[in-house]
Design a protein around this ligand. Structure first.
Ligand code: TEU
Length: 561
């Protein structure tokens, strides 16, 4: 297997909490994944990425880890994990874990030790600071910086016992680890090697571009209407980030083959991604950037801005051309933090849901890069019809609602409108396996209600339907595995100013592909010449007449030039 095997791979993300519950406690588990491995192998995916399954108080659904080298009992045991790993490998699939080392849980023994006393050996494993100069500790405004947490409130929590504050860019139960401390880095690398020695095939690295901070911890710019400053310039792509990632590569991945590393990097730019993903630099194989999933929000992440296709195309074009020569793109529409793709980029009405789910899948998978499928995307699962804030479970949604309604005076309905469209719980409702109770996800009471549309949208109904979204995604994956131009071809955007059609070509030597997606509910003709004799490789609807596409139609043509 070549070192760059992941260029022709397709990755499937499993959110274990919501994938399949084998023991009837209402929570997904590893045995449930084992029981559904054939669903994944049948799709043809090459890699499974598991969201965190380590012991955790579940404050942020497992992204708050209290033991990095074990399995959360809700999900199973290390023995069952080994069975899952063997089951994936036996089906030709690799398995990568979610590495969450920007922060631990506040219930991790490391933090318990660190907070026990100002003179603890592990005090410097986290970011502890006294109150702001001249301010009474524990009083509003005395926090060391004006930064806000991603989940609402200040990014600093006052600890009475030692009279200092600790930093948490996310929840107060997720204290940031201090990567300036060599001991922290060594402990992380030792843990990573332990998992790789167990047979794991790599890692998705959670907010890995936040681990290096500007140690002067400067205040952030105060944005209108916000209670806190934007500290991100001090911790996004910080001063030592490349040094840390190169050290991690040398200490963990060097000498191992067939590994996959993907760094989740909110705010990363194309130029920085070129550095992060240049194989010669030994950092990561690819990154998750956020420009496209931030395209339909303002500077305030909780603003709904109508999506402009031309803006989306410009973003993808920037990333495709930026990483054309050096580096590699990841390709995703959704994950456990984003709403359902067909509801956001397609049309989830009964009339157009199937066609538009296939169309957006075609457009994404025919780009240059490694596609990531999020559980349920291969079924065309949709956003959930949330009624009130009581329907939500996510700490981010609940934290935003509290801050916006209780402290910033917005109306509940105004905030709920945004949460219904963008809330992470949309992606976390139970996987819809069949038309039985709770979508066949559990025989118990699911931790989060199943989407009421599961009788119509479920895997069982699609496995035997050749026209299903599931089988269409299987064809997309097959095309990637069999047509070299999909993996290695160049990328040229067409019709950049068209607000309905997304069109581009991919060329490798004498083979050229034309991909067009109609992102509208209208019939549209693509003004593109020279393809009348081309072979129609794939379409989600009956072959069009010429290049006149039906609503939500996608086409892939191939010709020899
Ligand atoms: O998410 C990082 C991140 O940027 C999120 O704040 C995301 O952009 C936001 O939730 C979108 O609404 C990672 C994990 O994927 C997320 O699940 C965790 O909550 C977060 O880090 C902290 O570990």
């Amino acid at each position: 297997m070549t070192d760059l095997w992941w260029k022709s791979a397709v990755v499937y993300q499993i959110y274990p909490r919501s994938f399949a519950d084998a023991d009837g406690d209402g929570m997904g588990d590893l045995r449930g994944i084992i029981e559904h491995l054939d669903h994944l192998a049948g799709l043809g995916v090459d890699v499974l990425w598991l969201s965190p399954i380590y012991p955790s108080p579940q404050d942020d659904n497992g992204y708050d880890i209290s033991d990095y080298q074990n399995i959360e009992p809700i999900f199973g045991t290390l023995e069952i994990f080994d069975e899952l790993l063997a089951g994936a490998h036996a089906r030709g699939m690799k398995l990568i874990m979610d590495l969450v080392v920007n922060h631990s849980s506040d219930e991790h023994p490391w933090f318990a030790d660190s907070r026990s006393s100002a003179s603890s050996d592990k005090r410097d494993w986290y970011w502890w600071r006294p109150a702001r100069e001249g301010m009474e500790p524990g009083t509003p405004g005395a926090e060391p910086t004006n930064w806000g947490s991603a989940f609402g409130g200040s990014a600093w929590e006052y600890d009475e016992k030692t009279g200092e504050y600790y930093l948490h860019l996310f929840s107060k139960k997720q204290p940031d680890l201090n990567w300036e401390n060599d001991e922290v880095r060594s402990a992380v690398y030792e843990m990573m090697n332990w998992w790789l020695d167990r047979g794991v095939d790599g890692f998705r690295m959670d907010v890995i571009n936040m681990i290096s901070k500007d140690t002067s911890l400067p205040d952030g710019r105060l944005t209108a209407g916000s209670s806190y400053g934007d500290g991100s310039p001090a911790y996004i792509n910080g001063p030592r980030i490349h040094e840390f990632l190169q050290e991690m590569h040398a200490k963990v991945f060097a000498g191992r083959d067939a590994m996959l590393t993907v760094g989740e990097m909110p705010g990363v730019t194309v130029d920085e991604a070129k550095l992060f993903t240049d194989p010669a630099r030994g950092e990561v194989d690819m990154v998750f950037q956020f420009d496209h999933v931030w395209a339909d929000r303002g500077d305030d992440p909780w603003l709904l801005v109508p999506l402009q296709l031309t803006k989306l195309k410009a973003i993808f074009n920037r990333w495709q051309t930026g990483l054309a020569e050096v580096g590699w793109n990841s390709l995703y529409w959704n994950n456990h933090d984003q709403p359902r793709a067909v509801s956001r980029y397609g049309d989830d009405s009964p009339q157009h849901r199937v066609a538009s789910a296939k169309m957006i899948g075609t457009v994404l998978h025919l780009h240059r890069g490694t596609p990531y499928i999020y559980q349920g995307e291969e079924l065309g699962m949709t956003n959930f019809p949330f009624r009130t804030i009581a329907d939500f479970r996510d700490i981010e949604a609940l934290g935003h609602y509290a801050q916006a309604v209780d402290r910033e005076g917005r109306t509940p309905e105004e905030v709920l409108t945004v949460l219904r469209a963008r809330g992470r719980d949309n992606a976390r409702t139970p996987m819809q396996w069949d038309a039985s109770a709770n979508a066949g996800f559990t025989t118990g009471t699911p931790w989060l209600a199943a989407n009421p549309n599961y009788p119509e949208i479920n895997a069982a109904a699609q496995h035997d339907d050749p026209d299903s979204v599931y089988h269409y995604y299987r064809q997309l994956i097959e095309l990637r595995h069999n047509e070299p131009a999909v993996v290695e071809g160049d990328f040229t955007m067409l019709l950049p100013n068209d607000e309905q059609l997304y069109a581009f070509t991919r060329r490798l030597n004498a083979t050229e592909l034309l991909v067009i997606g109609n992102f509208s509910g209208h019939e549209v003709t693509a003004e593109i010449d020279g393809w009348s004799d081309a072979e129609l490789l794939l379409s989600n609807l009956p072959a069009p007449s010429g290049l006149t596409l039906a609503p939500w139609q996608a086409v892939v043509y191939r010709r020899t030039v």
